[in-house]
Structures are given as C-alpha cells and as structure tokens.
Design a protein around this ligand. Structure first.
Ligand code: MG
Length: 179
C-alpha cells in the first residue's frame, strides 16, 4: 500500500483507500421555553420535553455535529464559520439545511457517505425509545440507507452541566469514500 522513501516517510500510491474521516461535536445549553429554550429537536425529530436548546437556529445538536463531521472530513471551515449566528439568514433555520449544504459540497467533490456514528449525551428525556425514529430521520436527511447510520444515547451520570440536565452534547463521526 505504501512505498517508503529513504527519509522514512510513506507516500500514497494508487492503491491507497480513498477515504476521509471527520469528527463533529456540539453542545447546547438547555432551558425552559419561558427562558428562551426552543423545542427539543434531535436529528429532525421533535421530542417531548419541558426544556430545549438555546440556539440561533433550531438548535438540533445532532445535525450540527453531523454537519461539522462532514465539513471536517472535507477539510472545510466549520459550521460556525459557514453559517454564522450573526447572520439573520440562519435565525430559526431548520438544521437539515446545514447537513444538506455540507453533503452538497462533499458530492461536488465526488465523496459519498460510507457511514455515520453518533452519540447523544442527554440526561432527560432518555433518547432510547426514540433512537430508531431519529436514525431513520437522519438517514432520510442525509440521503443514505439506514444501515449506514447509527445513533447511540447515554446519560452523563448526573454530573456536570450535561448530567444536571442543563445541556445536551453530541459527538458524531462520519466516513466519506470516493471512487
Ligand atoms: Mg449547535
């Protein structure tokens, strides 16, 4: 797969897998709607919750992390740079648009989604009962088969802001392939 140069550095050959991995992370503060919290949306699915994210857009932390994972794999600027919260265009925006724009850029360069794996860290509501619906929704938004999408949920064991139910955190990893 690699040829060694006398310096010890490896150079890519035509046989090197054409893959790019990207990681995305997002965190939103959660608040009651009376204090600026919006409805709790994850992967495009609205969950029943008395508290929701404080955000400029719709605050879908899962779709934000996925967007940053795709942009990261492409070596592009992050979601905050491409869709700044100072721009009124994105106020209340459905986060599908961020994912779709990131994937449009990927496809334009010949990349397609091999798989996505995400972890949602949320104290309540528990996302276990909603995981399948969220997974289906994310697959639809990304335009890929469900088998390429995985969504996991866990709590933060009651500690720190996330564990105290004052924030939601998401990690996402995406693998892009080409050729
Ligand atoms: Mg966000």
């Amino acid at each position: 797969m690699f040829q060694s140069r006398p310096t010890g550095f490896a150079i890519m050959t035509d046989h090197t897998p054409n893959l790019r991995i990207g990681h995305g992370h997002d965190l939103h503060r959660l608040a009651p709607t009376s204090a600026g919290g919006q409805p709790l949306i994850l992967g495009g699915v609205i969950l029943d919750s008395p508290i929701g994210p404080v955000a400029h857009s719709d605050g879908d932390a899962l779709l934000h992390a996925i967007t940053d994972a795709v942009l990261g794999a492409l070596g592009l600027p992050d979601i905050g740079q491409l869709f700044p919260d100072s721009d009124p265009t994105w106020k209340g925006a459905a986060s599908d648009r961020f994912v779709e724009e990131a994937l449009r850029r990927a496809r334009a360069d010949g990349w397609w989604v091999a798989n996505l794996d995400a972890t949602v860290i949320l104290e309540r509501p528990r996302i276990g009962p909603h995981k399948d619906e969220i997974r289906r929704s994310v697959a639809r938004i990304m335009g890929v088969d469900e088998s390429r999408v995985n969504v996991k949920g866990k709590t933060h064991e009651g500690v720190d802001a996330v564990g105290e139910g004052r924030a939601i955190e998401v990690h996402a990893v995406v693998l892009l392939a080409r050729g």
